[in-house]
Design a protein around this ligand. Structure first.
Ligand code: SF4
Length: 466
């Protein structure tokens, strides 16, 4: 699986250890982005921020957390879907303007950010970052609205696309979710404190209770006066990102009202019914293929075994060997277990094929470890189109399923058979009304229009290099 995660956001109101709890919340959301992490806090008077490149545990220590006093905080863990991987683009962004200080953390991608940015620049705005999120702050700073909430609502009304936002002012935590509900955003409670977070696994880590999801199109203002929910925008068709269930979210989270683990196991179960294979063992490609493999094994009556072991400790600064070692890049992350694979007909279960190069190496590695046959099963439909709503997908020309038939892909990856889950099967597993999920990367039909010119397309569909 070569998709990159997107971002995780966290916010807390009403706890004297707000920054420390945000740190822990981000730790639980680390899988959503590993390039940078940041926390902004407020003590009723002043906002402060600390941001750094790298993972949460590297970005913060006790000293840095002590520089973030206050009972309100927001945090962000980032993988860059728009904007280069550099510290300027690390969030939360903090600005001071006519409405006072404000900090914002964003998960998603705005499809009209370039358009808005061009207009803002023409009107004198000076941008500091390559991020689409900065547009929200410029709109806010320029708003003539009388109150913070009105200025914010006016700004959010102008953006289109995917956004789950955690926003901090000196005395408020504000959560907002786009009217389509692309990205998840949960509301939780820890004693008297309120929490918002991308996934419920962040609530579990700090011992908080899940209350409900922030609704699509909802702006929730949390202050000393309690919670105030506004629905300032006209309702839109729902478009929850189905890929959160297929791959992004942690299996111990609930997103869009469903247990990720249950959905993922159902993907495997339905796939086993749709595309059985004569085999001896089901082997997941860890970690993301595990839940679907459990479902596949349960449905097919075959044993599931960990025939591939993942090394979790491959860091960024990893030194490549001088001499060539076969399948090194894959082998350093995954190693086959010969005693499980030797002489066996193996169903290899993964959650997607992107370019096909990694799948090909894994199939070869499994065969080299003695597997007699390898039947590759993918727990979602073929990925044929890029994402414009916050997931870093390769361009269409790089997606093998966009340009090859399933049999051509099978031959390329050198599997004995290959089958994907059907779109109907996917929808059945998430339990969706036909319209409540975005499935654009499998259909090429997009719920929210995006700019068609090539530059804009590349900026939205690929990790951007300004
Ligand atoms: S295009 Fe795919 S990855 Fe992007 S929001 Fe839609 S379902 Fe999710």
């Amino acid at each position: 699986m070569a998709f990159k995660d997107e971002c995780g956001v966290f916010g807390i109101f009403g706890n004297p250890e707000a920054a420390n709890l945000t740190y822990l919340g981000l730790y639980a959301l680390q899988h959503r982005g590993q390039e940078s992490a940041g926390i902004a806090s407020a003590d009723g008077e002043k906002l402060r921020v600390s941001r750094a490149m790298g993972q949460v545990a590297d970005a913060f220590n006790e000293q840095t957390l002590q520089t973030l006093p206050g009972h309100i905080a927001i945090g962000h863990t980032r993988y860059s879907t728009a904007g280069e991987s550099k510290i300027e683009n690390a969030q939360p962004f903090l600005i001071d303007c006519a409405h006072g200080q404000i900090a914002v953390a964003h998960n998603g991608n705005l499809v009209n950010a370039l358009e808005l940015r061009d207009e803002l620049v023409r009107n004198g705005s000076i941008f500091q970052t390559g991020s689409d999120t900065e547009v929200i702050l410029h709109l806010y700073a320029r708003s003539k609205a009388a109150s913070v909430e009105e200025a914010l609502t006016e700004s959010i009304a102008q953006i289109r696309g995917a956004y789950s936002l955690a926003i901090l002012t000196k005395n408020r935590l504000i959560a907002a979710r786009d009217p389509h509900g692309f990205r998840p955003l949960a509301l939780g409670r820890l004693g008297d404190a309120w929490i918002v977070c991308s996934e419920t696994c962040a609530l579990d880590l700090i011992g908080a209770q899940y209350v409900r999801d922030i609704e699509p199109g909802e702006v929730l203002v949390i202050s000393d006066g309690g919670l105030r929910s506004i629905k300032p925008f006209p309702p839109q068709p729902l478009a929850h990102c189905v890929f959160e269930h297929v791959y992004f979210a942690r299996p111990d989270s609930y997103v869009f009202g469903r247990s990720v683990n249950e959905v993922r196991s159902d993907l495997g179960r339905i796939l086993a019914r749709e595309a059985p294979a004569g085999a001896d063992v089901v082997v997941p490609i860890p970690d993301s293929g595990v839940c679907a493999a459990i479902g596949f094994a349960e449905e097919s009556g075959l044993p599931m075994k960990m025939g591939l072991i993942r090394n979790h400790y491959v860091g960024r600064t990893f030194i490549q060997p001088q001499q060539s070692i076969r399948h090194f890049n894959v082998r350093v992350k995954l190693n086959p277990v010969r005693s499980i694979l030797e002489g066996k007909r193996v169903i290899l279960l993964d959650d997607s094929i992107v370019r096909g190069t990694t799948s090909r190496k894994i199939v070869k590695m499994v065969k080299a470890a003695g597997a007699r046959e390898v039947h590759l099963r993918i727990s979602c439909p073929p990925t044929v189109s890029p994402c414009f709503y916050g997931v870093d997908t390769p361009s269409r020309s790089e997606l093998i399923a966009a340009t090859h038939t399933i049999d051509e892909i099978r031959k390329y990856v050198e599997a004995d058979s290959l089958a994907y889950l059907s779109l109907d099967g996917l929808r059945q597993a998430v339990g969706s009304q036909q319209t409540s999920y975005c499935t654009s990367c499998y259909t090429g039909v997009y719920p929210v229009a995006f700019p068609r010119n090539e530059h804009a397309y590349l900026q939205l569909a690929l990790k951007n290099v300004d």
